[in-house]
Design a protein around this ligand. Structure first.
Ligand code: GRF
Length: 194
C-alpha cells in the first residue's frame, strides 16, 4: 500500500482529483495518509474531512519557521508517507525534507517549465503572464522538488493551446482541468512505472 501525503494551501481541486482517482481505481494500491495545509481555512482541509482522511493544519502564521518545518516532518513520519504531493501548496519545502524524501516530493505547476515558472509565478499570475506574452501554447508540468523553485527534474508535461479569445481566467480554468489529469498520471508513473 502506497501512502501518499498531499500538501495544500487552497481550494484542493488537485487533491480532489487524487481522492477520486484512488476511489475509482485509477490509482491503485494507494491511500492518502495525510492532507497538510499551511494555512487556515483552506477548503482542501474540508475535502479531506468529508472523505475521512487524516488532515492537519500547520499554520505558518502561528509558528516559527523551525516549528513549522518540524511539525510537517513529524506528521509525514508518523503517517509513514512514501510520496509527497504538493498540490497548490505555496510554502517552500525546507532542505532537510527534500534530502530525507529525495525524489519522493512532486509538485504540479500550471505552465510548461521553465517558461513562466520560478519565484513569483503561481496561480493566476502564471496565466496572466502567458496571455501577456501572446504565446500560442502553454500547459502543465509535474516535477520532482529540489532546493529551488520549480526547477527539479520534470516527470511529465502536457500542452494546451492558448485560444485567441482566452483571458487569464478562461485559460486558468482549462489548465486546471488538465492539471487534474496530469497529477494522477504523474503519481501512477512514479508509483507503478518500472
Ligand atoms: C492552481 O492555481 C493550480 O494551478 C496550482 O495551484 C492552484 C490551486 O490548485 N497547482 P488546487 O485547486 O488548490 O489544487
Amino acid at each position: 500500500m502506497n501512502n501518499i501525503a498531499v500538501l495544500v494551501s487552497g481550494n484542493g481541486s488537485n487533491l480532489q482529483s487524487i481522492i477520486d482517482s484512488i476511489n475509482n481505481g485509477e490509482i491503485k494500491n494507494s491511500r492518502i495518509c495525510a492532507v497538510i495545509s499551511d494555512r487556515k481555512g483552506a477548503y482542501a482541509l474540508e475535502r479531506a474531512k468529508v472523505h475521512g482522511i487524516n488532515h492537519y493544519l500547520v499554520d505558518k502564521q502561528k509558528v516559527s519557521k523551525l516549528e513549522f518545518n518540524e511539525e510537517i516532518q513529524n506528521i509525514l513520519t508518523d503517517e509513514k508517507a512514501d510520496l509527497i504531493v504538493l498540490a497548490g501548496y505555496l510554502s517552500i519545502v525546507n532542505k532537510e525534507l527534500i534530502k530525507k524524501y529525495k525524489n519522493k516530493i512532486i509538485n504540479i505547476h500550471p505552465s510548461l517549465i521553465p517558461k513562466f515558472s520560478g519565484k513569483g509565478f503561481y496561480g493566476m499570475k502564471v496565466h496572466e503572464a502567458v496571455i501577456a506574452s501572446s504565446c500560442k501554447i502553454t500547459g502543465v508540468t509535474v516535477h520532482f522538488v529540489d532546493e529551488n523553485v520549480d526547477t527539479g527534474p520534470i516527470i511529465l508535461q502536457e500542452i494546451i493551446e492558448v485560444l485567441e479569445d482566452d483571458t487569464a481566467k478562461t485559460l486558468a480554468y482549462r489548465v486546471l482541468k488538465l492539471e487534474h489529469k496530469c497529477i494522477v498520471k504523474a503519481i501512477n508513473k512514479i508509483l507503478f512505472m518500472p
